[in-house]
Design a protein around this ligand. Structure first.
Ligand SMILES: [Zn+2]
Ligand SMILES: [Zn+2]
Length: 360
């Protein structure tokens, strides 16, 4: 039987509230692609938004994806890990059987951003698992070999964190300063905030203060390397930092509210750097005067471009609190339940992953 005649089980997104676990053809790798037997796929906030109020990024019948040309249904899930089980004829870098994590973004390759080395800002970038190209909640996916990275001996339960760690690595790299010995503030200790704290510490930051209203998340942040935590509900952040004698050079807004952006702007020392990591579609009203008087640098960050190797290296070199990160694993047929759990009880979870069966 030919590869393209084989069938698999996959999650496919049809539109808001419509995600089906159904049969789909097993993709056939193109010449420069690898076929991956998937093991685990994490669900991220973007997936929850897409499911509940989409299509935000996904194509519609009237609006096929400009890069992939795909229409619904599209594959779902972009934080995936699995093993290479077949290769196109020119895909020879990654050995068969290797466990890989994938940078799940396809880009045009021709625009200024793509040619300039920051393809993550490509205007036509299309996320695999949202905008076509298959998805991670499936038995198989075929991806360009250049987007796949051998994770070595990192177990799947930890490797499923590589994609969001790459987001954190990129956010930290945007600050543009050596991290060794630095002092940083992280506002918000959801999955990305916790990982930004972990990456900062893994890169040698001396002090990482995490500001987070949720008690459980504050507690978890410690295990990701936070040296101190502040509950902004009961404490004035600036007064507490002053009492500790801490004036952070770097601040990362991982919550995406006007208040957290304001906290970051006010917390940094003169000529400090504020990186806005959280995605917010709403306008934020902030007092800008401290940006002026302290000459604060305010930066954006989106996804990653070749940050996966750094994420993998950090995981190989440093302890990672896998059990604090991966708080639940659901089977594929319960994907919608997993999304609903994240929607309604996000504070109880860091990351939920879908076990797509490839591990056993
Ligand atoms: Zn994501
Ligand atoms: Zn481009």
């Amino acid at each position: 039987m030919r590869e393209d005649e084989r069938r698999m089980t996959a999650a496919r997104y049809y539109g808001p509230g419509s995600l089906r676990i159904e049969e789909a053809p097993v993709p056939e790798p193109e010449a420069d692609q690898v076929l991956i037997r998937l093991e685990l796929c994490g669900i991220c906030g973007t997936d929850v938004h897409e499911y509940v109020e989409g299509p935000i990024f996904s194509p519609t019948e009237a609006r096929p994806d400009p890069l992939t040309g795909e229409r619904p249904p599209v594959g779902f899930g972009h934080e995936f890990v699995g093993r290479v089980v077949a290769r196109g004829e020119s895909a020879t870098r990654i050995p068969l059987g290797a466990r890989v994590a994938v940078e799940p973004r396809r880009t045009c390759g021709e625009c200024e951003a793509c040619r300039g080395g920051y393809r993550n800002c490509c205007p036509s970038a299309a996320t695999i698992g949202l905008q076509g190209g298959g998805g991670g909640i499936a038995e198989f996916i075929a991806v360009d070999e250049r987007l796949a990275f051998d994770v070595g001996g990192i177990p799947a339960r930890t490797a499923v964190a590589i994609e969001p760690i790459a987001v954190a690595v990129h956010a930290v790299s945007r600050a543009g300063v050596p991290i060794e010995g630095e002092t940083a503030l992280v506002a918000g200790a959801g999955p990305i905030g916790a990982l930004v704290a972990w990456v900062l510490r893994a890169m040698g930051a001396a002090e990482v203060v995490v500001v987070e209203p949720g008690a459980r998340r504050r507690e978890a942040a410690r295990r990701f390397g936070a040296t101190r935590t502040i509950d902004p509900g009961g404490t004035d952040v600036r007064a507490q930092l002053t009492a500790w004698g801490i004036a952070p050079r770097l601040a990362f807004d991982c919550a995406g509210h006007a208040a957290t952006l304001q906290t970051c702007i006010e917390a940094v020392r003169p000529r400090g750097v504020v990186v806005n990591v959280a995605i917010s579609a709403r306008p934020a009203e902030v007092h800008f005067l401290p940006v002026t008087t302290k000459e604060v640098t305010l930066l954006g960050t989106i996804c990653y471009a070749d940050d996966h190797p750094t994420a993998i290296r950090l995981l190989q070199e440093r302890d990672f609190p896998t059990d604090d990160f991966l708080t639940a694993v659901y089977p594929m047929e319960r994907t919608v339940e997993a999304i609903e759990t994240l929607r309604t009880r996000a504070g109880d979870h860091m990351k939920i992953a879908i076990d797509v069966g490839g591990a056993g």
